[in-house]
Design a protein around this ligand. Structure first.
Ligand code: FAD
Ligand code: FES
Ligand code: FES
Length: 450
């Protein structure tokens, strides 16, 4: 049984694997929330979810089509129906002609109403995950700007309602660790931005799920002696904030990871564990020499992230073992991260490269380079690194090292890019990194957007 708040009322649901979208439309008849793609891409199903994070009530826009009810325990959901028709964003959308056919409009209004509530002004980023096929975004952005000046309307006391909910599911890390060691066939659910698709697109019906999102011990970002430890359950939206001051290019890449709605659900643990060769956080983490802590019951082991990926779809993770945290060692920021995709926003990488090169007295003393989209797993470019270390930090060294990419990678050709394109872009990105690090202004290099 799952208990949560829906438009100010406590509701109970008995199937934790049902999607939130199906529940609100089919069980509750709240059909204002639309179903478009049913895979997290279009934003038609956007709703607002409020949760207590570190005691603070935080509102996030999420895609309800790939959220499972088990993730809603202890949260408060607001759908378009609860805005009532005269919310400042709705009035501004009317005034600025922000809607034509109207199919995308409830999702757009929920994204903008959440941004309005949280005081966000980056409206173009906020709308990256809301696809409007007919109005065009200029009137919608004008509406968002106009609404930003209005006060946030009063609503129900969501914090009190949430505190009054009886809790079920895992909240204690030790309880979950012991249970999972005994139930290794359970599907772990972080943000469900991968698991949700398993249900809606692959039509799989796993028997057991374990929802991790209420285990607060997995959600810490701690600055320890020697580095930063990030719990596996940390949302990518929060990770972006944590990276902004420390490794700005990592944060900038995260701005282009999915959309606001995806980053508000997806976790770092899910991105790593999923094992996709085009996952976007592993290249940056590997370049930063990150390690992960794997845990089974009360036994832990720490391995370098690069050693976690064994071959396509195979990771070094035993049955009943889960990722507990990621550790990034303290180091000066020399990180460059480049996501190359056909669209700037909300797109899967053709390749994603990360460079972390230390230079002392004009010579390269350390080089860590990793790519996604170039091999069957996220992978280091060890031949390129060897061609750099010990050499003068000069354009001649870079030009010579570019050839070594062919030893490290034999990329495939697919709809996102040919093998030749991928190799050329990787080589160009090394040059781009060099030019950026040596103080030349950001440059456009053939083969990738600036
Ligand atoms: C519209 C859309 C856009 C996307 N864009 C991007 C993108 O730009 N870049 C990118 O890299 N990915 C992208 N993704 C993929 C996905 O969002 C990410 O991989 C995300 O980080 C997965 O995290 P999650 O918490 O949602 O994982 P979940 O779906 O909850 O889990 C993914 C897998 O990891 C396992 N798992 C989860 N947590 C743990 C843990 N702690 N220990 C062990 N196993 C665990 C689950 O059992 C499952 O097998 C996108 C997905 C969608 C739907
Ligand atoms: S229906 Fe498209 S994101 Fe949910
Ligand atoms: S108004 Fe038709 S899809 Fe946006």
């Amino acid at each position: 049984m799952v208990n949560f708040v829906l438009n100010g009322e406590v509701v109970r649901a008995d199937d934790p694997s049902q999607t939130l979208l199906d529940f609100i439309r089919l069980q509750k008849g709240l059909t204002g929330t639309k179903e478009g793609c049913n895979e997290g891409d279009c934003g038609a199903c956007t709703v607002q979810v409020a949760a207590l994070e570190g005691g603070e009530l935080v509102h996030r826009a999420v895609n309800s089509c790939i959220l499972l009810l088990g993730q809603m325990q202890g949260k408060s959901v607001t759908t378009i129906e609860a805005l009532g028709g005269n919310h400042p964003v709705q009035e501004a959308m009317v005034e600025h002609h922000g809607s034509q056919c109207g199919f995308c409009t409830p999702g757009i209004v929920m994204s903008l109403a959440t941004a309005h509530r949280e005081g966000r002004q980056d409206h173009a980023d906020v709308l990256a995950g809301n696809l409007c096929r007919c109005t065009g975004y200029a009137p919608i952005l004008r509406a968002a700007e106009a609404a930003a000046k209005a006060p946030v309307p009063e609503g129900p006391d969501e914090a009190a309602l949430i505190r009054g909910l009886s809790g079920e599911g895992f909240t204690e890390l030790d309880d979950f660790a012991n249970w999972y060691a005994e139930n290794p066939d359970a599907v772990l659910v972080g943000g469900a931005t991968e698991v949700g698709l398993m249900l809606t697109k692959e039509l799989k019906q796993p028997e057991k799920f374990a929802f991790l999102n209420r285990i607060t011990a997995l959600q810490n970002i701690e600055h320890e002696i020697g580095g930063m430890r990030i719990g596996a359950g940390v949302l990518l939206a929060r990770l972006r904030g944590a990276m902004a001051g420390k490794y700005p290019q990592f944060a900038e890449m995260l701005r282009r990871f999915g959309s606001v709605q995806v980053r508000n659900s997806a976790t770092i643990g899910g991105n790593i564990a999923n094992g996709s060769p085009i996952a976007d956080t592993p290249p940056a983490l590997i370049a930063l020499e990150a390690s992960i802590t794997l845990r089974k019951g009360d036994k832990r082991r720490e391995i370098l992230l690069e050693d976690f990926y064994l071959s396509y779809g195979v990771q070094d993770r035993a049955a009943g073992e889960f990722i507990e945290s990621v550790f990034i060692p303290e180091q000066p920021d020399t990180l460059g991260v480049y996501k190359i995709s056909k669209r700037f926003d909300q797109d899967i990488s053709a390749l994603c490269g990360a460079f972390n090169i230390a230079v002392h007295d004009g010579h390269v003393t350390k080089a860590r380079i990793a790519f996604g989209g170039m091999a069957a797993t996220p992978k280091r470019a060890k031949a390129v690194e060897s061609a750099l270390v010990g050499q003068p930090w000069s354009e001649a060294t870079i030009d010579a090292a570019q050839a070594a990419f062919g030893q490290d990678y034999t990329p495939i050709s697919d709809q996102r890019g040919s093998a030749e394109y991928r190799l050329t872009v990787a080589q160009n990105l090394l040059k781009r990194y060099f030019l950026e690090q040596t103080g030349t202004k950001r440059v456009r290099v053939v083969g990738g957007p600036s």
